[in-house]
Design a protein around this ligand. Structure first.
Ligand code: GDP
Length: 453
């Protein structure tokens, strides 16, 4: 197969860039493009580098370093070469062109990782985790990506599937030899195996929602009556004063959403223009807004002015919050002046009641800790397996089939009927790990990757 090549680093001017080549002929291509100062490319052992230069015909166009990987000890499992050249769009594209003139072809998106998958270097979930690793934006998403890359999700799925396969074996034995004195499969063990598997699959499905909140940010809203310090809090979270109205080519654009980082959790604060619009007093009255926002937000931050006693509006807001099922953090603001104890009484029963000074920033650490507890999977590895959309889809199908199998079993259907759904569930899990998957799905997975990965 023809060797593939791609620029593996981001486009633009940079100190360095890497052009990657993989394939049976990778080192032949590299040899034509790159001339080491020492021994020839052919003589270079795997995992070694050489300093040399890149030639285009007779013209020397760059000094570079070549790294050689020999099959099967490379990312793709094939012979690979990486040219670390100077960064820059023209230079890297020219080296790409030389590689193509010397027999390689430009790689498709994710083609290196696809080769790694095809050559058995990575399973599908590990390959997908490479993409997650690249796009990780914080400690938790990075840890999650690394866990999956190291095989945590694969292991978990294999373990569930293993239990299903054992059960299927028992069910098949029962179907084939109903008269034999086989261990009891018709009673407790079938039901409990199916419901345990279902629990585990559902746990993994929840990892999708947690992951999405961490990756995309938690939709959040700040509510409270006028003058409690909502805008000041917003500015404190943003870290600087930011005008909400920007004049772009004569048009006025309201900021509808802003991202703020609270430790490892990103909050997507909606409707911040309304929040800071001091002239629109009606919009700022807490209760109506809170009712609407409680429904839309994954997190509501309710702000109270601790320097004055609670009023009717504060009480109404708390009742509204308590009646909702959403996640809420109550902030008693202006702690630099005073903290009225009436708010503790008012907020009794809410899981997070925090004194804060939006003005000085004190208390921010406690707000961060609360957000981490609510959305940060509490740091356990178990809660950190964030499945992606495709994996969630497979898990959803597995769960559906497990429910069917369970219901067939509970309604007294024969083991062969139970086995049909259990087998479908096992197949959906095999699709998740990539052990039983169609070429078109594999292509789709890798088409989401970047070129060069
Ligand atoms: P909003 O109407 O809820 O958005 O409240 P603002 O953010 O506009 O704040 C109302 C007033 O309270 C302003 O004068 C702020 O300077 C003041 N304020 C806000 N937060 C604090 C705080 O933590 N401490 C003190 N002392 N004043 C604050």
């Amino acid at each position: 197969m023809q060797a593939i090549c791609a620029v593996a680093t981001a486009e633009g001017e940079a100190a360095l860039a890497v052009v990657r080549i993989s394939g049976e002929d990778a080192l032949t291509v590299a040899e034509k493009v790159f001339t080491p100062y020492g021994k020839s490319v052919r003589e270079m052992a795997g995992y070694t580098c050489a300093y040399g230069c890149v030639f285009d015909g007779g013209e020397r166009i760059d000094d570079a370093v070549l790294t050689v990987f020999r099959a099967p000890h490379s990312y793709t499992g094939e012979d690979c070469a990486e040219i670390s050249c100077h960064g820059g769009r023209y230079l890297t594209q020219r080296i790409m062109r030389i590689c193509c003139d010397c027999g390689a072809r430009p790689a498709e998106r994710g083609e290196f990782t696809k080769l790694a998958f095809i050559n058995g270097k990575l399973c599908l979930t590990q390959a997908e985790a490479v993409m997650e690793l690249i796009s990780a934006q914080g400690e938790l998403t990075l840890r999650s990506a690394n866990l999956t890359r190291q095989g945590a999700l694969f292991g978990r799925i294999q373990e569930i599937r293993g239990r299903l396969v054992t059960l299927l074996g028992e069910l098949a034995a029962w179907v084939d030899y109903p008269e034999e004195d086989l261990p009891e499969v018709g009673e407790g063990s079938v039901g409990s195996t199916l419901s345990d598997c279902l629990d585990d699959v559902e746990k993994l499905i929840r990892g999708y929602d947690n992951g999405m909140l961490l990756k995309r940010g938690v939709p959040a809203t700040i509510v409270g009556k006028p003058n409690v310090g909502k805008s000041t809090l917003m500015n404190m979270l943003l870290g600087y004063e930011r005008a909400i109205v920007t004049d772009i080519a004569g048009t006025t654009r309201d900021v509808l959403e802003e991202s703020v980082r609270l430790g490892d959790v990103t909050l997507r604060l909606a409707d911040t223009a309304g929040l800071r619009d001091t002239s629109d007093a009606v919009e700022r009255i807490g209760v109506e807004l809170a009712r609407k926002k409680l429904g839309e937000s994954a997190l509501v931050i309710a702000v109270f002015d601790g320097s004055t006693p609670p009023e009717e509006e504060d009480r109404a807001l708390v009742s509204e919050i308590k009646a909702s099922e959403g996640k809420v953090i109550a902030l008693i603001n202006k702690s630099d002046i005073a903290a009225d104890s009436g708010y503790y009484e008012l907020c009794a029963g809410l899981p997070y009641v925090i004194e804060i000074s939006a003005k000085s920033g004190s208390g921010r650490d406690r707000l961060e800790a609360a957000a981490a507890e609510l959305f940060g999977a509490a740091g356990t590895d178990d809660g950190l397996i964030f499945v992606n959309e495709r994996q969630r889809n497979c898990l959803g199908r597995a769960a559906e089939q497990l429910r069917e199998a369970l219901s067939a079993h509970e309604t007294g259907m024969t083991p062969d009927i139970v086995a049909i759904s259990a087998e479908e569930a096992a197949a959906a899990l095999a699709e998740l790990t990539g052990e039983r998957i169609s070429d078109s799905i594999v292509s789709e997975v890798f088409s989401k990757f970047c070129v060069g990965k």
